[in-house]
Design a protein around this ligand. Structure first.
Ligand SMILES: [Mn+2]
Length: 273
């Protein structure tokens, strides 16, 4: 168990098939913190409106958060656009989870970060809600296609994870300009507030970078990239890619298997995801 000062998560999208709740639970079994910030799009009400999808791991995540909040962990939920219904509850508490429209986190090194989801800086969702909704549908479709693709890759024994949604996002120049525009306007806002940095989500593009003296941090998501931000005891911020953390496990398995190669044949197909 890694004990860190804070954990920042966003864009989990519980209630969708694309949500990687099992991986997230695995991450939470490894990381424990004093503060847990849930920065929006945690539950996807847009998707739940189209049909209820709520498997056990999604429930386990909610239970886990409530339990941690009961046991001295400060859990704060900042709603996003997919869970905007919760914005009405800003200022109140669910169990021991505090709901806030936005917040400021003072890191261990004294730096002050604005905490928000960030959709208000997305020119598309702000002014063209129908575009955002159809874009959301296309993104969901892309993620589902991605699941099919990784299944085919597994069948063909191609190693590693290849993300179609990630590939599409990287390739589309428009998407890159969109991300750049978002990051710039968020940084501009934070500079005007006189804060040192920001931790947000929404665009599903994890980052820790300096933009004109402002520390811009984005948590990424748990539908595709499986990323989180952690703050260490000294205030240092780190971006954790949860897929990468699986690598040592596989190496260890292959070492063991080198001794008993007959076991390798039985175990290896199960380990491929
Ligand atoms: Mn969002």
């Amino acid at each position: 168990m890694h004990r860190v000062r804070s954990i920042f998560l966003s864009d989990i999208h519980l209630g969708t098939r694309a949500c990687q709740a099992e991986r997230l639970l695995d991450f939470l079994r490894t990381y424990d913190a004093e503060y847990v910030y849930l920065l929006g799009d945690i539950v996807d009400f847009w998707s739940l409106r189209r049909g209820i999808y709520w498997p056990a791991p999604h429930n386990t995540f909610v239970q886990k958060m409530l339990k941690r909040a009961r046991h001295e962990v400060k859990v704060v939920l900042v709603p996003g656009n997919h869970d905007e219904a919760l914005r009405e509850y800003a200022g109140s508490e669910f169990g021991d989870i505090r709901v806030l429209k936005e917040a400021v986190h003072a890191a261990a090194d004294g730096r002050r970060y604005l905490l928000m989801h960030g959709d208000e800086f997305d020119q598309v969702t702000r002014y063209h809600r129908w575009v955002a909704l159809s874009g959301d549908f296309a993104y969901g479709l892309l993620l589902r296609l991605n699941g099919l693709l990784s299944w085919i890759r597994r069948k063909l024994h191609l190693s590693g994870y290849w993300s179609l949604a990630g590939y599409a996002k990287r390739r589309l120049k428009g998407a890159l300009e969109f991300i750049y525009g978002f990051e710039e306007s968020v940084a501009h806002h934070v500079r005007q507030m006189g804060l040192d940095g920001v931790v947000c989500g929404h665009i599903h593009s994890a980052a820790i970078k300096s933009i004109g003296g402002i520390t811009y941090i984005n948590c990424g998501d748990w539908v595709d990239s499986c990323t989180a931000i952690v703050e260490h005891a000294d205030g240092r911020m780190e971006l954790v890619h949860w897929r990468e953390s699986e690598a040592p496990e596989v190496e260890l398995l292959q070492e063991t298997a080198a001794v008993e190669s007959s076991q390798l044949a039985r175990v290896l197909p199960l380990q491929r995801r």
